[in-house]
Ligand binder design. Sequence first.
Ligand code: FE2
Length: 555
Amino acid sequence: MLDYIKTVDKLNSKVLAINGCHDASVTFVDRNHKLRIFEYERFCKIRYGIYKQEADNTVIGTNSKIREDFIDYIKSNLLEEPEIILHSELEHEDIEFLRKKFPKANPILMGHHMSHCAGAYWQSGFKNALVFSLDGGGKDYVSENYVDFRSYSFYKFEDGVDTFLFSSYEPQSKRINPGIYGFFGYFCSEITKKTSDVDESDKFCLSYAGKIMGLSAYGKVRHEWVDAIKKFYCHTPIEHWNNHGQYIQELSDGMGVKLKKNCFTGQDSWDLAATNQYAFEELCFDLVKPVIQKYQMDVVFSGGCALNVLFNQKLAEYLRERGLRLYVPPYPGDDGISFGHYTFYNRVRVNPGPYCGIDIVDRDKLTEYYKKYSGKVQYSSVPTIVDLITQGKIGGIMQGYSEVGPRALGNRSIICDPSFPEMKDILNAKVKFREWFRPFAPVCREEMKDLYFDNAFPSEYMSFAPNVKTKYQETLTSITHVDGTARLQTVNSSQHKLFYDILGEMHSRGKPSVILNTSFNIRGKPILTSIEDAFYVLENTELDFLVIENLLFYK
Ligand SMILES: [Fe+2]
C-alpha cells in the first residue's frame, strides 16, 4: 500500500499522547526508538476501558490504582521523559495527575476527528488523499473554549499539508450520526443476551455494532422500514442525546412496530439487522460519493464506522471502478486516537503497523509454567503446529507485542483448520462461546487471495469482506458467512512470518492454504496479553495447545 515514503521520519520522543475516553490508549516512543500504542483495555482487562477518574467504578471504568499502575508501566517503557502531553477526553484532575507523573510536560488539548484523519493519512503512505472519518461523535476544538461535537469530518491531504473541508457541524452539512449503527442491537434478542458485564451495560453499544453486522447476513432488507430507519440516523449526536425519546417514538411510528429492548426475535431481528446495514450503507454513500466525485483522489477512511467491513468492501470496489484506492488503518476506532494525536502534532509519516501494542506483561511467569508442564512442552515449529491443526486441534498463539485494534492478527490469536465442516460450532462449544450467528475470519497468503476469494483486496488488518469463491464455500464452511462473505486477513512474510509459514506448510501438504483466526481472550474480556491469562484459557476451556513465543504447551 505504501507508495510514497517508506521510511519513518524522525520520531519525537519528547511527546506522549493519550486519549482518555472509551478505548483509551497512549502513544509514545519506547526505549528501542519504536512508536508504541498501549491500549488501556489490555492492561486493565476491561473491554473498551475508559482512562479517567470520572469513570472510576463504572462498568468500563477502573480505579485510581489501575490508572496509576498503567502510567507507571508506560513510564518504564519510555525512551525519555515527555515534555509535551497531547490529550483528549481528560478532565482537570486527570491532567493534574499526569503533570505529577511527568513534571516537565506541558499538556496540549487535541481534537477527535482531526486525529482520526491525521493518524490514518500519515500511516497510509499516500501522498495525496481525500481523508474522512465517520463515527458516533467526538470533540474537535476550534479553540480552548469552543468545542464542536462532530460525527464526521472530511479533509484533503496533499503532500502532508492538510486542508479541512467540512464536517457534520456546519449548518449546511448533512445531519447524520452513523455511530448509532450498533444501537439497533438493543431491539434484537440474540444480541442483547448477556454474555458479559460490558454487554449488559453497554450504553455506547460498543459491543453491538460487530454483532449486528454479523447478524445482518441472515436477514432480508425490509423496504417498508428503510425510510424510518434512515430518518432516525439523520440527526446529529447532540440531537440524539437531547431528543432520544421523541426520535424512538418517530422510529416506532415509521416502522409500525412498538420498539423496546428485545422486541425483535428470529427472522424479524435478522431483517432489522439487514435493513440497518442497508440504510447505513446508503446514507454513508450519499455522504461520501459527491466528495469523492469532486476531488477524484485516493481515499483514506477512519473512525469507528471504518470497522464496518461490509461497507468498506463496497467502498473499495466503488473506488477501484474509478481507478482510486482505499486505505483503512489497523485501528480506525478510538483506540487509534492517541496515535492520531501524535502524528497530527508531529506531522510524521510513520506506520508502526498493528504489532506495536503492549508486550506480554508477565514474561517472568513462563519459567513457572515450563516447570508445571514438564513432559507436555516442547519447542514449537511450523510443521508441529500444522500437524495439530490439521488433526482438528485448536491452539492459542501468543508472541511479541500485541496487535493494536479490535482484531487479533496473529500475535494474540486462536487458530484452527477451517476445512473441518463443523469447526465453527466446535470452536464455539469448546473455546469461544460466541453467538451462533457471528462469523469467524480466515487468513490466507496475500498472493493467494484470488484463488480463494472474489474481489479481494490486500487486507492486512481484516478491513474488507470479499466473497469466498463458490467452489471453496463448501470446503471452508467455518469461515464462510451465510451470505458467502468472509472478513479476510491477508499476510505476506514480512507482515506475519508465522502465519505465512503455517499457510505455506498447509499448501505443501495439499490442504487449502487458509487458517481460521479469532481473538485469544477470556470470555467477555479484551484480547489477552498475559501468560497467566493464556494458561487460564488452556486450563479452563477445551483449547488443545498453546504457543508462547517458541514454546508449545499441550494439555
Ligand atoms: Fe471516534
